[in-house]
Write a protein that binds this ligand. Structure first.
Ligand code: F6R
Length: 612
């Protein structure tokens, strides 16, 4: 959730690492700091509460902070409030070395008690600070920096991605990971370490994704990777495919808006090359499962968190409908601890945009430990989940920077639809039915564009919700998870309390909340359940609720009931969520923007939740 960037080379390091952590601000942003090895081999340490810009403003003139080796960190507080003294990097008592850390040291209390008993004075409330003190302790015993880090990490329980600099071995950065991502960037006579490639791709696209329990020692002229048990490792070089433009806002006010508008392209990227027209089916080679095994699947368990969980829930409706394979959708945080039953011939599918979510990763490991084949749907190539699954599909949404997930969601739903068609065609789905879905899928990008063209209209509707304190989202069938997603989008970026409900459930409790203060956003498509949802809307209107309806065809009844109506293009029922969610994303965006909220970096949230 926090971000790390380190640089070693011949250039002035501070501007490079500061620029890098600015790009990672979307991950965690309550404080930041930088440690630089100065020309006299002194440690320059600068930290600030608040945005990286505050840190940048507080830095001394380049002549006083120049150096070619630096590590920087942007923090999302876990242990200890957001403050300057809790900001990273942290140092040992002698201030000879500094550590930036992502993750949580679970046994920090016991380690801290031991260190304090030996006279160590702590300067922060963080769990991280035990690391520099322990490394310093081993350095005093004569170990070199890499060995001191190795010894320290043997004592630590928990998760970490760390980067360490030491004034007494000023020619290197030592970095290591376990359960928190860490990447080595390889430039020309310069190297980078980072927790997220987007921080460094303006400098290099050549990277090595470190594995858990690996340590890298990086010098200006090369690097060595070894395991915690001191076995030397080659390290596989990968080339990052992201375009540099994907980490720029372009003409858009916020990344979230840019990413919403990228959906015609990102959805097309999710299905491009994956439709086998001649057989009216989908081609998902990354699954790595022969057709015979795909046919044998008797049940699917989908595991995810947040928006990815909503995509999974939509997937369950579509897969059950098209392929007639039972699907259970589980919150990863629940699954990992509740001793799940995984019957024979179950396929476990984990969904994670970032590929780093701690709960999802733990659930995947639990399922694999039981000998089950686990497939993954991820966006980030080389992410931990992508590497630890037995196979899977990349959604190819491109970098998603806005904390509120938008384009990753529609790409996940697109790939789940392909999976449903693939499984369906091996069971009951006829070639004609398969072709109908796949052909219509090809029209979805244009239909999304038609909805994006209603942006001004949607902003006007958003203006009617700016002062609201609550909102209710209703949908039936496959639109129930869309309602959940719409409500999540609104609450996370505008801080208006919102709930999503299956429309029929409203009368079992939430109806008590409805009065003229309550906006109700309802998805009312002309499908088999249309009449049912219209009845639900009558119930809202009868209690003076304000109705905003998303429809795919206007009629007098809906117009008479609604305060605002948005008519979006019609499509097959299976594909409707890919369209009905778009106005909800835009609605949430505009409400938050009109309330002057920090849309891309909502309070308390981080892009990838790498702690439990
Ligand atoms: C909401 C949002 C989160 C994530 C969740 C899982 O807009 O982005 O709810 O969906 O934290 O993240 P991933 O998909 O990276 O595992």
């Amino acid at each position: 959730m926090c971000g790390i960037v380190g640089y070693i080379g011949h250039r002035n390091a501070i501007p490079i690492v500061i620029e890098g952590i600015k790009r990672l601000e979307y991950r965690g942003y309550d404080s930041s700091g930088v440690a630089v090895i100065g020309s006299e081999n002194t440690l320059g340490l600068f930290r600030r509460q608040g945005k990286v810009i505050e840190l940048e403003r507080s830095l001394p003139a380049p002549s006083k902070s120049a150096g070619n080796v630096a590590i920087a960190h942007t923090r999302w507080a876990t242990h200890g409030e957001p403050s300057e003294r809790n900001a990273h990097p942290h140092t040992n008592c002698e201030k000879t070395l500094a550590v930036a850390h992502n993750g949580i040291i679970e046994n920090f209390k016991a380690l801290r008690d031991r260190l304090e008993a030996e006279g160590c004075v702590f300067a922060s409330e963080t769990d991280t600070e035990v690391l520099p003190h322990l490394i310093g302790f081993f350095r005093q015993k004569g170990l070199d920096l890499t060995e001191a880090v190795r010894e320290t990490l043997q004592l630590v329980d928990g998760t970490y991605g760390i980067a360490v600099v030491d004034t007494e071995q000023p020619d290197r950065i030592v970095a290591a990971r376990k359960g928190s991502p860490l990447i080595l960037g390889i430039g020309d006579d310069e190297f980078f370490v980072t927790s997220d490639v987007s921080a460094i791709i303006i400098h290099t696209k050549k990277v090595i994704y470190l594995e858990d329990r690996e340590i890298v020692t990086v010098r200006r002229d090369g690097f060595e990777i070894s395991t915690l048990d001191n076995i030397s490792v080659e390290g596989k070089v990968s080339i990052v495919e992201w375009d540099v433009s994907s980490i720029d806002k372009g003409p858009y006010k916020h990344f979230m808006l840019k990413e919403i508008f990228e959906q015609p392209e990102s959805v097309a990227n999710a299905f491009r090359g994956r439709i086998a027209d001649s057989l009216s089916t989908a081609r998902l080679g990354g699954l790595g499962l022969p057709p015979q095994e795909l046919r044998r699947i008797k049940q699917i368990q989908i595991i995810a968190c947040g928006t990815s969980w909503h995509a999974g829930l939509i997937g369950s409706y579509i897969i059950e409908d098209i392929a007639r394979v039972p699907v259970r959708v589980e919150y990863a945080g629940e699954y990992r601890y509740r001793n799940p039953i995984i019957p024979e011939d179950t396929l476990v599918l984990v969904i994670s945009q970032s590929g780093e979510t701690a709960d999802t990763l733990a659930a995947l490991r639990e399922a694999r430990a039981r000998g089950v084949r686990v497939l993954g749907l991820t966006n980030v190539v080389g992410s931990t989940i992508a590497r630890e699954t037995d196979g899977g599909v990349y959604i190819h949404a491109g970098a998603e920077i806005g904390v509120a997930s938008t384009k990753a969601f529609t790409s996940q739903v697109t790939v789940l639809t392909l999976l449903a068609v693939l499984l369906g065609r091996m069971r009951h789905l006829s070639p004609l039915e398969g072709a109908e879905i796949l052909n219509e899928l090809k029209h979805i990008p244009d239909k999304i564009q038609t909805i994006l063209d209603m942006n001004v209209e949607i902003r006007a509707i958003a203006a009617s919700m700016v002062d609201d304190r609550n909102a209710l989202y209703l949908g039936r069938g496959v639109h129930y998870p869309v309602a959940l997603e719409g409500a999540l989008k609104l609450k996370e970026i505008s801080y208006i309390h919102a709930e999503g409900y299956p429309a029929a459930e409203m009368k079992h409790g939430p109806i008590a909340l409805i009065d003229k203060e309550m906006p109700v956003v309802a998805i009312a498509m002309r499908d088999a359940l249309y009449d049912k949802i219209v009845s639900n809307l009558q119930e809202v209107k009868a209690r003076h609720g304000r109705l905003i309806t998303i429809v795919d065809g206007l009629d007098d009844q809906i117009e008479a009931l609604s305060d605002h109506t948005l008519c979006i293009p019609a499509t097959l029922p299976t594909l409707q969520p890919l369209l009905s969610v778009i106005p909800l994303q835009l609605l949430a965006y505009h409400v938050a923007d009109l309330r002057n909220m920090n849309v891309d970096q909502p309070r308390n949230l981080a892009k990838s939740v790498t702690v439990e």
